[in-house]
Every structure is written in C-alpha cells, then in structure tokens.
Design a protein around this ligand. Structure first.
Ligand code: NAP
Length: 547
C-alpha cells in the first residue's frame, strides 16, 4: 500500500498477458485495488475465470459504456445483466454510472442484488484503509461495495455543485466524478469539491487531461478516497492518468494534509523539467512539499483568473509558483494589482518567473504576495562562471523577447557594455532605450567584437533545433580579435542541451555555456526564496539529467 489513506486503483485494460499475472504485478507496484475494465478487456471468460480464482486484493468491476468514455457499445440491459452476473462472483467493488442508476428502478434493483445499497456505509470511517473493510452482508449474503460515478469528457461544467449533490444523495459506498479540464483553473474547482465533500463522503474527484494531473497526484493532500494509476502508460484508462512509477516520483508516499503546494504555471508546461528538479530537491531537503505542472491558457485573463482562484483558496496550501511563457509579464501585473511586492529586477524588466505566497509563519518577512525574477541573476551567474577576463565585459545579446529583457536588465545594471540585436529591430531599439544599452542591426551579428555572445532567441529550439542564430563563419574571426582570452558563447536554450550555436562556437575555440546552467541557477534561487535555505544543487542537477 503506497499511502494509508488514499488508495491506489490500477485498471486492467487487456486480457494479454493473463489477468492473474497483471494483478500480481499491479500489487507489487503498489495497487490497493485492481479495476477490471471489462469493456476494455473484452474477454469476459478471462474475467470470470480470474474472479473464480484466488483473491490477492479486492477488485473493482467496471463495464463502462461508450457514452461515459468506455468501450461497451452493446445493449444497455445486457450490460447491466453482465454486471449482475459478474457481481455474483463478488469482485468486492462495482462501479456503476450515476446516469444508469437513476435511469430505472430495474437497474437499481439489479445492482442492489449484488451491491450493498442500504445507505448504512455512506460516511467514511476515519483512518481505515481500503483493505481493512469487511464485505457488507445483506439477506445473509456478502455483497459488493458500490461506487456511483459520473464522467464528462467534454468539459468541467460551471455548476459542479449540482453534479456532486446528485452523487452525494445516493446510497453509494463511494462517489466518483471525472471531468475534462481545460486548464489548471478547472482542476482547482474539482479539488475544491473534493476537499469540501470528503469529510462527509468517500470521494474520488478527478480532472482529466494534462491540466488535471494535480487532482490525481495530490489526491491524498485533499482527502481523496482513491486515485487511479496505470501499470504501464499504454494501460491508462483515462486521459492524464499517471503510471504507478510516476505516482512514486510525484512524492505520493509522503503526501498528507500539511503538504505545501508549488507548481509551474505556463502554456504549455507538460514537458517542463521544473517539477522533477523541485520535487527531488524538496525530498532531499526533507521538505513536505509537492511541485506540479499547472497549465494555464495563454491569455492574460486566464492567468489572472487562475492566480485569483489559487490566492483565494486558503485550503490549497499554495506556497509558491514558478511562472514561465507566456505569463511572466502577467504575473507582474497581477502582483501589482494586489498591492504585492516586486523585486527590483521584476520592476525594471516588467516580468517575473517566481511567486512567493504570504507566509504568516514567517511574520513580517513575507506579509504579502511577492514576485521575483531569478532568470536575470541566473544568467549573470552562468556567464560569470565561464568568463576569463575581468569585468566589465562587452556582451552581444541576440533576441529581444522576455529572456533577453531579464538578461539585459541584469547585465546592464551590473555595468557591462551590452549590445542587443534582434530580427525585429524595433524590439531591440526599445530594449536599448529601456536599459540604456546599445542596439545594432541583426545583419551585423557576426561583426561586433564581444567578450561574450548570448543567445536569447528561440533559434535552436523545437522546429529550429538544427539552426543557429549566429553565422558559423563569424566565430573564428571574432575569436582571432579577442586578444588571447577565450570569449564565451552562452545559449539560454537548455533543450537540447548541446545546440548548434554551442557546437560551432566551441569548434572555433570559444568557451561554450549551455542553458542548463541558467536553468539550474534560476531553480536554485527559487528554492532559496520558497524554502529559506540553501538548495541541494547536486540533487537538482542529477534530477534534471535523469531520464
Ligand atoms: P520570446 O519572448 O518568444 O522571444 C523569442 C525571441 O526569439 C525574439 O527575440 C524573436 O525575435 C527571436 N526569434 C524567434 N524566431 C527567430 C528566428 N527564426 N530568427 C531570429 N530570431 C528569432 O521567448 P523568450 O521567453 O525570450 O525565450 C527565448 C529563449 O530563452 C528560449 O529559447 C528559452 O528556452 C530561453 N530561456 C531559457 C531559460 C533558462 O533558464 N535557461 C529561461 C528563460 C528562457 P522577434 O522579436 O523578431 O520575433
């Protein structure tokens, strides 16, 4: 058992390899309950044979119809008859959709023949695990426990209260609802239902899709009865369902009601390395915290709505956020509007990547929302670690987007001589005005003498992964003019780690600094700001590098 309070249910979705072996593997991986998704397994005889065999753990029997996201497209009365027939073999648990339950007295009667629907056991027994519960008995016969469920694969409706009120009015042992989440704001609304309902009922409340991950991996933090995790990624029975192995990486065994929440807000954030780096760092430092991806739609209003909701949710335990594209400027606006505190770099460049929640425990030290920009100092630190000549340096910055803004504001304030070049010249000119540095034509990027060239464009990333923003032939000629001391080429891109920009610079004798250095330095500063103690930098680097 991975967690004493919130159980882990592992769905089986295929008949091959044999079901009994899959059950053993699921238990070895931490399953408390194995869900038999008969609609996906397809082979009813194999399920029957499993149910007649030894019982290493309780089973949850589910025959989900197509209109609730399952694969059963046959006759509805055949489906209910199948549930009844397999239910007589006492899997232990049966999931029936609320819509089917409410549709007819006949369905309720058939389900009642194999499930306890007396309503005696609707309230959770404090502290008891899923395996501790003896089977309910009625008419002298042992019965299964009933989960009534609701699934919405299109949206998270505005009126979630209505859905949960309907479920809560039933005699089910546990209630379950799952909704497609557009972004993290939907996930917060689902979590709110979970934490409000879970003292009175056993509740499973899930937001599906990438944006809903927090509802699955943080389930113990909010009192969920169970969560679902697949044995392997291909066995996931709903969008966004993690694997058993992933659940462990999300710090599942250590989560509890006091766990503080952190996350990365951006669009997209699915592939961000911040969660693995910060979760590993908190684990190593013995901090009771969880860091999750929080995808928030790209517009300013969506960002404001999410931050407002998160700030109002004192039950959430939100302690800090990392904020990335395209919300760094939105964060500054939001903190300003709330009368919060901006560090000097966020004020100067109008963008921040770190939010720190007010912390009453730290008294006057953190009385208000506080935003900081750790990108700028991290870039300066990465550059300084490689520079071989004394400051001040002549630095050519390529690009005039958000990253360039933070880098230039920091370097210019430190007294370095910065020249900014950008494909769109107006943006370079504006940065030069804002930070009292020089700008030049993009076409002249191979001609300017410099101690360091910093790539702050997105050339070298994603679809441009094999391109460089700097002319290959220029590395050699600029190196020759650098009076014996090797100049530095610094690429802020960290994925891929080795860009063409860095390869070509190194081949011409430049010192190459990859963006991973800046990424780790900005994450280390975030750790210090959130936790008030030195970051375990070795652990963070190892977590970044882990596959
Ligand atoms: P952004 O605001 O979208 O800016 C993108 C920049 O790239 C703009 O200057 C844009 O020029 C330029 N650009 C895009 N395509 C181009 C092309 N084909 N040719 C020439 N220039 C092109 O993005 P950002 O937030 O500044 O991020 C930029 C880079 O910084 C990203 O690669 C990101 O990975 C990196 N970054 C790294 C870290 C770290 O911790 N290592 C932190 C933050 C950002 P126009 O103005 O002409 O469009």
């Amino acid at each position: 058992m991975l967690n004493p309070r919130t159980a882990v249910a592992v769905p089986l979705t295929r008949a091959d390899p044999p079901l009994d072996g899959q059950v053993r593997a699921a238990i070895a991986g931490g399953a408390d309950l194995v869900e038999l998704r008969v609609d996906l397994i397809g082979d009813v005889a194999a399920v029957e044979s499993l149910l007649r065999g030894p019982r290493p753990c309780p089973y949850l029997l589910t025959v989900r119809p197509v209109h609730e996201g399952g694969a059963w497209d046959g006759d509805e009365s055949d489906r209910i008859s199948l549930i009844e027939r397999l239910g007589l073999l006492r899997p232990g648990w049966i999931d029936v959709e609320l819509a089917a339950w409410r549709r007819s007295a006949n369905v309720r009667q058939k389900v009642g023949l194999v499930c306890d629907v007396s309503g005696r056991e609707t309230a959770p027994a404090p502290g008891s695990g899923i395996r501790d519960q003896p089977a309910p008995v009625g008419d002298g016969r042992a019965r299964n426990r009933l989960i009534l469920s609701h699934h919405d694969f299109r949206s998270t409706p505005a009126d979630l209260d209505a859905v949960f009120d309907d479920l809560a009015a039933t005699p089910a042992f546990a209630i379950k609802a799952a909704f497609a989440a557009r972004d993290a704001s939907d996930a917060l609304r689902v979590l709110d239902q979970l934490r409000r309902r879970s003292s009175a009922r056993r509740v499973v409340a899930l937001a599906m899709g990438e944006a809903g991950l927090i509802t699955r991996v943080a389930a113990p933090r909010f009192g969920a009865f169970l969560t679902f995790a697949a044995a392997e990624a291909r066995d996931a029975s709903a969008p966004g369902q993690p694997t058993l192995e992933e659940l462990q990486r999300w710090r599942w065994p250590s989560l509890g009601p006091a766990t503080r929440l952190y996350g990365i807000v951006g669009w997209p954030v699915a592939h961000s390395r911040s969660p693995r780096v910060h979760n590993a760092a908190m684990a190593a430092a013995g901090i009771d915290g969880l860091f999750v991806p929080l995808p928030v739609r790209p517009d300013r209003d969506a960002c404001r709505a999410f931050l407002d909701a998160a700030a109002a949710a004192d039950w959430l335990g939100l302690a800090g956020l990392s904020v990335t594209l395209p919300h760094k400027e939105h964060l500054v606006d939001w903190v300003r509007a709330r009368g919060g505190v901006l560090d000097s770099l966020s004020q100067r460049c109008g963008a921040a990547n770190t939010l720190i929640a007010p912390d009453p425990a730290r008294g006057n030290e953190r009385p208000a929302w506080h935003a900081a920009n750790t990108d700028g100092p991290a870039a300066r630190q990465s550059l300084a670690g490689a520079m071989q000549r004394p400051a001040p340096w002549r630095v050519t910055v390529l690009g005039a987007g958000g990253a360039a803004r933070a880098v230039i504001a920091e370097l210019a304030a430190a007294g370095h001589s910065v020249t900014v070049l950008n494909r769109t010249p107006e943006r370079a000119a504006r940065l030069a005005r804002d930070f009292h540095c020089a700008s030049d034509a993009w076409e002249r990027r191979g001609e300017l003498a410099a101690d360091a060239v910093v790539n702050c464009t997105s050339v070298g990333l994603g679809p441009c992964a094999n391109e460089s923003p700097f002319p290959d032939h220029a590395w050699g000629s600029l190196r020759t003019r650098s009076s014996g001391v090797a100049p530095v080429a610094f690429d802020t891109i960290y994925e891929p780690r080795e860009t063409r920009f860095l390869r070509e610079a190194r081949a011409a004798g430049w010192i190459a600094v990859p963006g991973v250095e800046m990424f780790l330095a900005q994450a280390a500063r975030q750790f210090e700001l959130w936790h008030g103690r030195p970051p375990p930098e070795g652990v963070m680097r190892a977590a970044f590098d882990a596959d």
